[in-house]
Design a protein around this ligand. Structure first.
Ligand SMILES: [Zn+2]
Length: 129
């Protein structure tokens, strides 16, 4: 008997699925994404999914799913993040941002968990310092 540690994902430490990764991280590899995209675009797959989504029980399930509070909350959070990203990107494009704009940018970068130093232009640095 060997007491080997159970394999885990090299990114997040979740249980191993394939190629040193968990199911989530394995499916996020570009090769895997390309395969899944090609697979779902096959005519027979498209027809199958269309038929599935037209069934009344599938429609009822999706309706109930989208009414779950956690699903609604997740959707709203995503919309909120998109708004923040849009504002962040708009502020990033400013050539001569005001100090207030820089403060706002700093706050947005913090929310998004981005490193502002990497992106800050020379002009922006002058305003900030
Ligand atoms: Zn993982």
């Amino acid at each position: 008997m060997t007491d080997k540690k159970p394999k885990t994902c090299s990114v997040c430490g979740f249980p191993h699925y394939a190629k040193g990764l968990c199911k989530t991280h394995y499916s996020q590899r570009p090769e895997r994404k390309a395969y899944k995209k090609a697979y779902s675009q096959r005519p027979e797959r498209k027809a199958h999914m269309k038929a599935y989504h037209q069934r009344p029980e599938a429609k009822a399930y999706m309706k109930a799913y989208h009414q779950r509070p956690e699903v609604k909350a997740h959707k709203n959070a995503k919309i909120q993040t998109k708004k923040i990203v849009r504002e962040y990107q708009a502020l990033m494009l400013l050539k001569n941002p005001s100090r207030l704009a820089m403060l706002r940018l700093e706050a947005l970068a913090e929310i998004l968990g981005r490193d502002l130093e990497e992106w800050r232009t020379e002009e922006q640095k002058k305003v900030w310092i």
